[in-house]
Design a protein around this ligand. Structure first.
Ligand SMILES: Cc1cc2nc3c(=O)[nH]c(=O)nc-3n(C[C@H](O)[C@H](O)[C@H](O)COP(=O)(O)OP(=O)(O)OC[C@H]3O[C@@H](n4cnc5c(N)ncnc54)[C@H](O)[C@@H]3O)c2cc1C
Length: 385
């Protein structure tokens, strides 16, 4: 294997960069519901957001494990990579299925930061987890496709130039399989924003810059189609394992942050004339979440190794995401409990990270759906939906 999946030098660089964006920075963004523009700019300038873009397109040309190391360290430092992580996993779809003209036109500009590819429009209000039931359509008309419909939870759309969009190009009833007839488009939102594309922010329990989108006869050039028409669902699926591993790495970072905060505080805080960390009621939940985190971390490394050896490890990637999300949530619970009342105060960052890490039980894939995957695809039990 060419790389050590742990990437110590990258971790050191990211940690250094993150030290310039302390708890006060993230608290302010959270309070104002503001996009962390300065942080994303700093990451872009340092080249970290181009980590997975090949060198021929001016990126760093690093493997997926480097992306995972970057995201983990952002979270371990107390930050949140949600503002920019999509660029890492949407990139793969363009790289694998885009044509040369698309790659030449977009990838070098994404690598330099001139263009941002942060929006991923898949989920719709009525289809939710059942992606193939989505209703947004793209109809071919001459040199254009005309898009109509609605997306929800399209995060970062206001802070992105490009969006990877999944839409139906052939009605479901005319397709042999419900997974057919869906297509992926690389949409340049600068051309249509404010006219045929309306973006409405959604306020959420944590600062996530998520939005809903409305397409009203939105014209996009036919050249925005990625790969072949009708094969989009497969293209999106082909990037899912990488997405699971990257998100799992963020969860590991969160778990490490909570565990360090909790154990430090447990040693420092003295009640009844002894540190609260001397009580097993405080120690054990922290120790247990540490054990959960280490097990999940091994599964993340294993999935990355298999992926980088040329495999597409669905089992390992899904289990890594499940275990890592559970570990980060267990660590969040232990940390909040350890901090007692102070855990609720903004200045300690615990309540903010607690809200942020809860998301991983639901998005980008819910815990239930991973359990369904394991039951059906690994254990050969009947499909439940
Ligand atoms: C903050 C945030 C950011 C997001 N960002 C994006 C984004 O950038 N792009 C994008 O496309 N999407 C995004 N999403 C959407 C996210 O991927 C979905 O919320 C998620 O996939 C679940 O879909 P849903 O919310 O419609 O839930 P539903 O599908 O309505 O499910 C509701 C609950 O029922 C459970 N459930 C449903 N079906 C089954 C079943 N068969 N068996 C067992 N349980 C089941 C689910 O697990 C879930 O707990 C984001 C969501 C949030 C909250």
């Amino acid at each position: 294997m060419k790389y050590d999946v742990s990437h110590p030098e990258i971790r050191e660089g990211v940690t250094k960069l993150c030290a310039e964006f302390d708890g006060r920075y993230w608290q302010e963004c959270d309070r104002e519901n503001a996009y962390p523009t300065k942080f994303v700019q700093a990451l872009t300038q340092a080249g970290y957001l181009s980590a997975l873009i090949p060198e021929e397109y001016d990126g760093l040309g690093l493997p997926l494990s480097a992306g995972a190391a970057i995201l983990e360290e952002i979270h371990r430092s107390g930050g949140n990579a949600a503002a920019c992580h999509a660029q890492m996993y949407t990139m793969g779809t363009v790289l694998r299925h885009g044509n040369d003209a698309q790659k030449q036109a977009y990838l070098p500009k994404i690598a330099s930061g001139e263009l941002r590819l942060q929006a991923f429009g898949v989920t719709e209000p009525t289809s939710g987890t059942d992606t193939t039931a989505l209703r947004t359509t793209a109809r071919r008309e001459g040199d254009n496709y005309i898009v109509n419909g609605q997306k929800i939870w399209t995060s970062r759309a206001e802070y992105s130039d490009l969006m990877l969009l999944l839409a139906r190009t052939t009605p479901r009833e005319e397709c042999a399989k419900k997974t057919d007839g869906l297509s992926v488009f690389l949409v340049d939102m600068r051309e249509v924003r404010g006219t045929s594309l309306t973006i409405r922010p959604i306020r959420t329990m944590m600062n996530h810059s998520t939005t809903e989108l409305f397409f009203d006869d939105m014209p996009i050039p036919a050249s925005s189609l990625v790969g072949e028409e009708g094969k989009g669902f497969r293209y999106i699926l082909s990037g899912m394992n990488a997405e699971r591993m990257l998100i799992a790495a963020e969860c590991i970072g969160d778990a490490k942050w909570f565990i360090e905060k909790a154990s430090d505080y447990a040693c420092d805080r003295s009640i009844f004339e002894r540190p609260i960390g001397q009580n097993q009621g405080i120690q054990f939940p922290i120790a247990k979440s540490y054990a959960q985190m280490r097990a999940a971390e091994l599964m993340v490394s294993q999935s990355l190794r298999l992926y980088e050896a040329g495999g597409n490890p669905g089992e390992e990637a899904n289990i890594a995401k499940l275990l890592a999300a559970d570990a980060s949530w267990a660590a969040a619970e232990a940390c909040l409990q350890t901090f007692g009342g102070f855990g609720f105060a903004e200045e300690y960052d615990v309540e903010r990270k607690y809200r942020e890490t809860r998301l991983y039980q639901i998005a980008p894939i819910s815990t239930n759906l991973i359990l369904s995957y394991i039951a059906e695809h690994i254990l050969d039990m009947p499909r439940s939906y």
